[in-house]
Design a protein around this ligand. Structure first.
Ligand SMILES: O=P(O)(O)OC[C@H]1O[C@H](O[C@H]2O[C@H](CO)[C@@H](O)[C@H](O)[C@H]2O)[C@H](O)[C@@H](O)[C@@H]1O
Length: 874
């Protein structure tokens, strides 16, 4: 019998969990289906579906963990019994309709006339006075199992101080179910003119915002927020904007598609950016996490590795956490007396027959049609099983917006056609090989069926996590019925010992059904032991425990990473103003201009040209651009600015301010290595479509930004290794991995050497004026900014000059990028735009508002994720 761990065992295994504190779980629907009774107590029934998630909430809210747990969720569509005379408040709801007695199982194709779909929500509006709203809030917040704070969803003008008017309640789920759910399951709609989508998106955005408002109301610093599923994908970023230091995690319960598919979503960027407000993002399976990482790189252009993404100056960790079920609870429920009776009745009814069981929602991705086709094939290929095997298929109505709205309901018709065909062909007067129950089962009937089965058959064509497969394993504790599981189910990765099938290969599935029916008792027991051990140990309690443990680990890693402070612009300005002589060294790409797809497109903005002009016009300032670019590029785009010095190709060439002559510092260097490097680069260019070589006078660069990202990265590593172990051993050259490039240049010169030279050139206390330094004196202010690996050499040089030649307090080394980036710089700025703003600030030529803002900037807030979701979306 699966056993729950005791509190002391859990405590011993997870000491970090016992930090205590608040956990706020944000999920779309509250765990109850709610019926309104004007002026009276609200009727709360357990909500169907998401049993694993709701069990995890119950666990977190229980005494077994030290957490103070609150669920924040929408009320769901509120039912009004006055609108539904067939469903008075005191009778079981339509959803509780059962399949009746065991005898009904023998009906050929039993479409139960009593079966009713859930009551549709009122369309004309339901007015709920404030007092009744408060009553529901009180009932939910005093729940003994899961304390819940409801989110009320209505248009602004429909929610007043007196109450709320609920109209078209299903609108809040439409975008998520119509667009996201569908696409995440690899299904694509016909494109439309976009009007309906825009309205649905606006509801989705507003709904996420209302969740953010509610969470902010109850949030206290230190609380951990766990956001669940595709309904709330914008919430992490919305929360991050409002509370930059909040601990936020996001878990996706559904599949996540490959970037090729996600690209089809018009709101792909917003959705990805929404999630990236989280510190940790969790998925059901490895492939979903891999797809997400690759989408962030391909669609948003953020660098990622297998463990996370660097986005907006922060690290977002990504992990895989396959959800489990509350196995102990299922086991207890499955052996209740009522279940025992039903189980005996089912077995008796099908005495002498093998039972295959399937329970699915009638969504097309659940693969019911594929299952029927495979069963048909099985009866065709293995005639000796005819009349000896029955497929009992229970289907609940589709919950997919797109399929609900389909007037033809093609999937349901296809399923019915297949059943009629199979029963017509392989059935007889007294027996139908497919028994179909298109309805909800009571829990007792459901467990009785899973226990009575000889085979569990899951043929989903796309599925996040399949709870039926896990419940089936628990129910087969004594009978060892094999589980046949689609390889496209998110559960397949965890249930390695199940019989995996490809639901599109009908003959293959038929073969596996035959194999499962003919397995020896020993083989079945072995399979069951392994699956049962997995399901009972990797349960819902261990799932949420691991997830929270990982949230804590992610947060402590983030906090322990040395964080480079955001440049103190007020300090920078005051030191600049006080200095009589100043030196500026700016890298170009990624510092004065953003990184773009093609090198030729990275031209300086009119603004930075104006600021540099103004800065260089002050005779107290020596302004240099120190870049990997070649002379031609620098000259063409910046050469016209008077009094600016240049260093090209990582220090190989220099041009003094006011001069037109370039000095070649690599003149005496043997360039024989170039031909060899070109040969290697050419080979990789041939292999990697989209990559190309940038040939400069001295340095050579192989670019792969336009290549397929994974291939580019992989091949660049290979190329780097080949050059390091070959040419770099024979020649005095350095191989440098850059931003989607690999550069090779002579070792003797680098940007650090140039920085050293410039300090030596301009720091001349007591000297007479020279052509190079017409205003001799001490350097009283230095600003050096760069974004990549090659710029670290400049920071190193300046750091070592500090304390000997320069005054540490007056030297500003500034890396462009995240505060978490490993750097020798003392400060950071997030983007080139920030550098440009600073240059404008010092030059006195910037936006006057930026000057006013100095000293008022909230440095902490600036280092966090800011405003990815434009306010004008609504
Ligand atoms: O020292 P820098 O001024 O930072 O120059 C480094 C290299 O930058 C250029 O490549 C990079 O920027 C391109 C434009 O944004 C981008 O398309 C490319 O992927 C980046 O690697 C330049 O092409 C190289 O020659 C420089 O060495």
């Amino acid at each position: 019998m699966a056993r729950r761990e005791s509190l002391s065992e859990i405590r011993a295994a997870n000491p970090e969990l016992f930090l205590t504190g608040n956990i706020i779980s944000a999920t779309f629907n509250i765990p109850h289906a709610v019926t309104y009774h004007k002026g009276g107590a609200w009727d709360l029934k357990p909500r169907r579906g998401q049993s694993a998630l709701i069990d995890s909430f119950a666990y977190l809210s229980s005494e077994a963990t030290p957490w103070n747990h609150t669920v924040v969720a929408w009320t769901g569509e509120i039912a009004n019994p006055d609108d539904d005379p067939l469903s008075p408040p005191d009778t079981p709801s339509a959803a509780a309709t059962t399949i009746g007695t065991a005898n009904s199982l023998s009906a050929p194709v039993p479409i139960d006339a009593n079966t009713r779909l859930p009551t549709p929500p009122p369309v004309d509006g339901l007015w709920i006075p404030k007092a009744d709203q408060t009553r529901l809030e009180h009932q939910l917040s005093h729940s003994r199992t899961i304390r819940t704070v409801p989110v009320w969803l209505a248009d602004e003008n429909e929610a007043t101080a007196d109450g709320i008017m609920l109209k078209d309640q299903a609108r809040w789920r439409r975008y998520a179910e119509h667009d996201l759910y569908t696409l995440f399951h690899y299904k694509q709609h016909e494109p439309t003119d976009g009007r309906k989508e825009r309205a649905q998106w606006a509801d989705y955005y507003r709904m996420n915002q209302k969740f953010a408002n509610k969470i902010i109301e109850i949030y206290k610093p230190g609380d951990v927020v766990i956001v669940h599923d595709y309904y709330l994908m914008l919430l992490p970023s919305m929360l991050r904007q409002r509370a930059p230091k909040m601990y936020i995690s996001f878990f996706l319960h559904s599949p996540f598609p490959s970037s090729e598919f996600l690209r089809c979503l018009p709101r792909r960027k917003e959705v990805l950016e929404g999630i990236l407000g989280a510190n940790l993002v969790g998925f059901q399976s490895y492939s979903y996490s891999r797809h997400f990482l690759s989408c962030c790189t391909r669609i948003l252009g953020f660098p990622s590795d297998t463990l996370g993404i660097d986005a907006y100056g922060s690290r977002v960790q990504v992990g895989v956490f396959p959800i489990g079920i509350d196995a102990a609870k299922v086991e207890t429920a499955a052996w209740a007396d009522t279940v025992n009776e039903k189980h005996a009745a089912v077995r008796k009814m099908y005495e002498g027959k093998k039972i295959i069981v399937g329970r699915d929602r009638l969504d097309s991705v659940r693969g019911v049609a594929q299952k029927l086709q495979a069963f048909e094939r099985f009866l065709e290929l293995y005639p000796h099983w005819r009349e000896k095997v029955v497929l009992i298929q229970v289907t609940s109505p589709t919950s997919v917006e797109a399929e609900k709205g389909d007037p033809e309901n093609k999937n349901a018709s296809r399923v019915n056609e297949l059943i009629t065909k199979i029963n017509g062909e392989y059935g007889s007067l007294g027996f139908s090989p497919v028994q179909h129950y298109p309805q909800y089962l009571s829990q007792a009937e459901y467990f009785a069926l899973l226990r009575a089965a000889d085979i569990g058959l899951i043929t989903s064509v796309r599925d996040g996590m399949n709870t039926t497969s896990l419940e089936y394993i628990v129910c087969q504790k004594d009978s060892n019925g094999p589980l046949i599981l689609s390889e496209f189910s998110g559960t397949a990765g965890s249930l390695r010992d199940a019989i995996h099938i490809n639901p599109w290969d009908l003959s293959g599935v038929a073969e596996k059904i035959n194999m499962a029916l003919t397995m020896s008792e020993e083989e079945r027991a072995k399979m069951q032991t392994s699956l049962y051990t997995h399901v009972t140990t990797q349960n819902v309690q261990s799932w949420i425990t691991k997830f929270i443990r990982k949230v804590h680990a992610a947060l402590s890693e983030t906090n322990s990473v040395t964080s480079t402070p955001l440049l103190d612009r007020a300090l920078l300005l005051s030191r600049y103003r006080a200095a009589k002589k100043r030196l500026f060294m700016f890298d170009y790409d990624g510092t004065l201009t953003p990184i773009v797809r093609e090198p030729s497109a990275a031209v300086p903005s009119e603004r930075i040209i104006r600021y540099l002009q103004s800065l260089a016009s002050d005779p107290r300032n020596a302004v240099w651009i120190i870049s990997g670019r070649d002379q031609e590029f620098l000259q063409q785009h910046l050469g016209h600015i008077p009094r600016i010095g240049f260093s090209a190709e990582h220090g190989s060439f220099m041009r003094d301010p006011g001069s037109h002559e370039w000095v070649n510092l690599a003149e005496k260097f043997d360039m024989g290595w170039q031909a060899e490097v070109m040969e290697v680069f050419q080979r990789y260019t041939d292999k990697v479509p989209g990559s190309f070589i940038e040939r400069k006078r001295c340095a050579l660069t192989w670019h792969y930004r336009l290549a397929e990202p994974e291939q580019g990265l992989h091949m660049s590593r290979e190329c780097h290794r080949e050059l390091e172990t070959g040419i770099a051993q024979r020649w005095e050259v350095e191989v440098m991995p850059g931003k989607a490039n690999i550069e090779v240049r002579p070792t003797f010169i680098n940007k650090g050497e140039i920085a050293k030279r410039l300090v030596a050139t301009y720091h001349n206390p007591g000297a007479a004026p020279t052509e190079k330094d017409p205003y001799p004196g001490e350097i009283e202010f230095a600003l050096c900014s760069g974004d990549d690996f090659t710029d670290e050499d400049m920071f190193r040089s300046l750091n070592s000059a500090c304390g000997t030649i320069l005054d540490d307090q007056h030297v500003f080394t500034v890396t462009v990028g995240a505060s978490t980036k490993v750097t020798l710089a003392k400060w950071h700025l997030l983007e080139p735009e920030d550098v440009i703003e600073c240059v404008g600030l010092l030059a006195g030529a910037g936006d006057p508002a930026s000057l006013e803002r100095v000293g008022e900037v909230n440095l902490a807030a600036l280092s966090q994720v800011e405003g990815h979701i434009p306010a004008e979306e609504l």
